[in-house]
Design a protein around this ligand. Structure first.
Ligand code: ZN
Ligand code: ZN
Length: 327
């Protein structure tokens, strides 16, 4: 990305200001807070109390039922219409969420993040084309979007210092630095998830799984650090090697790692389970079956390359599978 593009793409939020008094007959938009002079619709909301803040930092909620009237501005109505279209275009994602109104609220809250951050509609559209796009949006955005709504300052209770007869100075002009940061963080989280494509991840020492010899594991970029787990040690004599009293250090692939965690120490049992798992030959009775003459990758001669598939260094694996199942 060039510097100019980077500057263009930078997200600018409207300048904040104090909320202002509504003109006669005007209502605040429930979402962006902007004043709507001639509201086409009126939404009546009920607040159950009012927060009172004291100079010493204490806060109490006073019981006070208040009816608050709000509306939706044209821009927020257009966004809601887009949310409705998206909700209906992706039933595979939205149906399992339960009621349509709940799904719609989530989609609209997600789109609110784009709206409040001032994303160009074309850019926002590229982020919600497929079912998977929408899933990623719903995983990362709705909480921050919902918190940014003007109405959130009045429901279920009226925040300290907020007047139900006021509005934001501009669309989204009521956002506190904290709410702004929330929006930016959730958008950043979405972009991270979208970049998260599966890739081959190699062990930290660049070698291979100490047991099965697998050299690379396919996983998500975001899991790269934990996929090979902690450094392990294995004593050569316990995994088919000779001599070398010093333990060999290295890493385990996720499959061998799971087996090792279950079994305990790295030794013949881990090797046998690993082979059995790889061949799909694990006995249903889970009886321990001894397989002679196999070697873990860790004890192969120095310079042996990593395996492309687990246990590729051991010939006659099919025979082994039969032995395991019939033993
Ligand atoms: Zn609005
Ligand atoms: Zn392994």
């Amino acid at each position: 990305m060039s510097t100019i593009e980077a500057k263009k793409g930078r997200i600018r939020l409207p300048r904040r200001g104090r909320s202002t008094e509504l003109a006669e007959g005007a209502l605040a938009c429930r979402d962006c807070g902007a004043a709507v002079r001639r509201p086409a619709t009126v939404e009546k909301l009920h607040s159950y109390g009012r927060v009172r803040a004291f100079p010493n930092g204490a806060r109490i909620v006073e019981d006070a039922q208040t009816e608050i009237r709000m509306t939706r501005c044209d821009a927020c109505s257009a966004r809601l219409a887009r949310a409705e279209a998206i909700t209906d275009e992706h039933p595979k994602v939205t149906k399992p969420l339960g009621s349509r109104s709940y799904a719609l609220a989530l989609v609209d809250a997600a789109l609110t993040v784009f709206d409040a951050l001032g994303l160009k509609p074309a850019r926002a559209a590229t982020l919600c084309r497929t079912d998977n796009d929408l899933r990623q949006m719903l995983d990362t955005l709705p909480a921050a979007g919902g918190r940014a709504w003007w109405v959130a300052k009045f429901l279920p209770v009226i925040e300290a210092g907020m007047d139900p007869k006021s509005c934001a100075p501009t669309r989204w002009g009521h956002l506190s630095p904290e709410l702004e940061q929330n929006l930016r963080d959730s958008y950043a989280a979405l972009l991270r998830v979208r970049m998260d494509k599966p890739m081959v991840i190699y062990p930290p020492d660049g070698r291979a799984c100490l047991i099965c010899g697998l050299g690379g594991v396919t996983g998500l970029r975001s899991h790269a650090e934990e996929i090979w787990g902690v450094e392990r040690q294995v004593v050569a004599a316990t995994v088919g090697g000779r001599g070398r009293p010093d333990p060999i250090k290295g890493y385990l692939c996720p499959d061998c790692s799971a087996i090792a965690d279950e079994v305990g120490a790295l030794g013949p049992t881990v090797m046998e389970r690993s082979i059995a798992d790889f061949l799909g030959a694990r006995r249903s009775d889970q009886r321990f079956v001894e397989i002679d003459g196999i070697r873990a990758w860790a004890v192969l001669p120095k310079g042996t390359p990593p395996n492309k598939t687990r246990w590729a260094h051991e010939p006659n694996l099919e025979e082994l599978a039969k032995d395991i199942l019939t033993a």
